[in-house]
Design a protein around this ligand. Structure first.
Ligand SMILES: CC(C)(COP(=O)(O)OP(=O)(O)OC[C@H]1O[C@@H](n2cnc3c(N)ncnc32)[C@H](O)[C@@H]1OP(=O)(O)O)[C@@H](O)C(=O)NCCC(=O)NCCS
Length: 188
């Protein structure tokens, strides 16, 4: 995957050396369930999932420049047939709770949106959060997605959770960048 660099972060391919930091946050009860997945119960389980993500090539490791440590992941996914046909993808992310509240995920999402719209030329990107997940809602709002609808999705415990879905269209994103000089330089 293309490496993406922002002010404080490097978004890069995951590798097996990420296993220990990956397991250390994936086991926490406040990380996975907010993104719909069960906390990992062993390093072996994390190893299998990490290897799957490495081979799928849809997820970047989020590395903090100042420590070269893996602190989370962010992915750009084709969720279903309609996504592929309509040239759209869905962004999903998690961050170790030791790094919450510093605007790091907004920075990561903006780097991925540049890549999605400028390099991949997608027509739109979707993002969703469980109704109760106000932290993710704030990231989505701060990256200028617009609410579209709410849909039920399977939760890891067998229940259904209402996911609030948002969309950002390519033309709105590129138009916004032209008018917002504080964002990264646009590279067309
Ligand atoms: C959602 C998540 C990625 C946000 O990342 P982040 O880098 O902390 O985002 P921000 O720094 O922009 O903070 C987002 C909001 O969370 C709030 N916040 C930060 N730490 C918090 C905490 N410990 N408890 C409650 N709210 C907190 C911030 O105040 C901010 O709100 P504001 O913009 O109104 O001030 C992160 O919380 C996370 O990984 N959560 C678990 C997994 C998850 O929910 N993934 C998304 C699935 S849809």
């Amino acid at each position: 995957m293309k490496t993406l660099v922002s002010k404080r972060l490097i978004l890069r391919d995951l590798n097996i050396n990420d296993l220990v930091p990956f397991y250390s946050y994936a086991r926490k009860p406040n990380i996975g369930p907010n993104a719909g997945w069960k906390p990992h119960t062993s390093i072996e389980e994390s190893s299998k999932i990490l290897k799957m993500m490495i081979s799928d090539k849809e997820v970047w490791g989020i590395e903090l420049k100042s420590t070269n440590q893996l602190i989370g992941t962010i992915g750009l996914h084709v969720r279903n047939f309609d996504n592929a046909v309509n040239n759209v993808k869905e962004v999903g992310y998690v961050l170790d709770d030791a790094y919450w509240g510093q605007g790091l995920m907004v920075e990561a999402v903006n780097a991925v949106l540049d890549y999605a719209f400028i390099n991949q030329e997608l027509d739109a990107v979707f993002c969703g959060h469980a109704k109760h997940n106000i932290q993710s809602k704030r990231v989505i709002e701060k990256t200028n997605f617009l609410y579209t609808h709410t849909e039920p999705r399977d939760h890891f415990d067998g229940t259904k959770v209402d996911i609030m879905m948002y969309e950002l269209k390519r033309l709105d994103y590129l138009g916004g960048k032209v008018n917002d000089k504080s964002k990264n330089e646009i590279r067309l």
